[in-house]
Design a protein around this ligand. Structure first.
Ligand code: CP3
Length: 341
């Protein structure tokens, strides 16, 4: 079926659409009263496991804000179901028994994500049915390094000393885990596309934890494999978002992702200089700008829009996820400015 609004898809495929499409990372979430109303009734885990509710919250930002793409409501860490590792969302994720020793690693199950995460694919189908081809649906996963970070750290971290300690102390073990998780993520993304996802985004949220040379040597080859194998297996555009250190952008740009996500630590124009005018970029308004006022939001939104004109195509987005303290009315103002208002 043809999409009613395919501006986002055109941009992902390298065609500059008639106007810049816009969506927001973490657009379904706690800043929306409608989301909080559902969360008052079910836990985050239960929400992720109930396809009809996933579809309902996935559509909230489409109906309320009019964004040009939907992103599946789920989490990058539900894939741990395939490893037999439980995650508690409180709301920040926590793993009771982080994977740190040889014995911990030996206990990992490496099951088939098609079975272990069947509710994710059911949610993709429910989202597609509910969207009725209004806008494209984005599926996603965490990048190998970010995913492993949570597994080894047991949650978020300031220092990443467990995962980095493992990398520097036992590079063979680290690379073995990276290889296995990469293979699993290809299957996970492929199953999302088979269920209806139109585009995929890979989140390397903790890319900035490593020194550039270590990221290049120990992370990039796995990320490159994930992107290439996913593109070959699915045929849909892949967006790669590596966050936290603009110094690695030139290295990230060696990966043939269809779209490069840009965080807010570099001006969009400077990012285009680094990745080249032949690439499609996505980003990069600092999400905390949305905590200000209409005049500031309009000015800063227009500056990002203007900078994006030099790229092959530009998808407007925030430079990271939207804050839960955002007034939806101000987010809507940003979206209206991008859409020509
Ligand atoms: O973007 C969307 O609207 C789709 C849903 C989505 C969620 N998490 C929902 C969620 C997506 C794409 C993610 C990705 C995700 N999850 C990332 C990568 C993006 C990034 O922000 O860097 C990461 C690192 C995670 C891990 C995770 N899950 C964290 C750190 C948290 C706590 C966040 C917080 O603000 O407290 C979660 C929980 C989570 N995932 C929530 C939501 C809406 C909040 C849970 C709640 O409703 O109580």
């Amino acid at each position: 079926m043809a999409l009613q609004n395919d501006l986002f898809l055109q941009a992902c495929r390298g065609v500059r659409p008639s106007r810049t499409p816009v969506w927001m990372m973490r657009q379904a979430g706690r800043y929306l009263a409608e989301y909080r109303a559902i969360r008052a009734k079910v836990s985050f885990t239960e929400l992720c496991r109930t396809p009809e509710l996933c579809a309902e919250v996935t559509l909230q930002p489409i109906d309320i804000l009019g964004v040009d793409a939907a992103i599946l409501f789920s989490d990058i860490l539900v894939v741990f179901d395939a490893l037999g590792v439980d995650v508690i969302f409180d709301p920040a994720p926590r793993i009771e028994q982080p994977v740190r020793t040889a014995a911990d690693i030996a206990r990992l199950r490496w099951g088939d994500p098609r079975e272990a995460c069947d509710y994710v694919f059911a949610a993709v189908r429910a989202c597609k049915a509910a969207l009725a081809d209004r806008v494209p649906l984005i599926g996603f996963c965490g990048a190998p390094f970010t995913t492993l970070s949570y597994l080894v750290e047991g949650g978020g971290s300031r220092t990443f000393e467990h995962i980095k300690g493992l990398l520097f102390r036992e590079p063979g073990v680290f690379h073995g885990l990276m290889e296995k998780i990469t293979g699993l993520l290809v299957t996970y993304l492929q199953a999302q596309v088979e269920s209806g996802a139109d585009v995929l985004q890979i989140f390397d949220s903790w890319a900035g934890a490593l020194a550039p040379e270590d990221y290049r040597e120990h992370v990039l080859p796995h990320l490159d494999r994930l992107v290439r194998e996913t593109q070959a297996a699915t045929g849909v555009p892949v967006i790669l978002f590596a966050r936290g250190n603009a110094n690695i952008l030139a290295d990230v740009a060696t990966i043939p992702a269809d779209v490069l996500g840009i965080d807010w630590t570099i001006e969009l124009g400077a990012a285009i200089d680094v990745v080249g005018e032949g690439r499609v970029v996505q980003g990069n308004l600092d999400p905390t700008v949305l905590l200000s006022n209409p005049a500031t939001i309009e000015a800063k939104t227009r500056a990002v829009l203007a900078a994006g004109r030099r790229a092959k195509a530009h998808i407007f987005n925030l430079g990271h996820g939207i804050s839960k303290h955002t007034d939806p009315g101000l987010a809507k103002r940003m979206i209206e400015v991008v859409q020509g208002g």
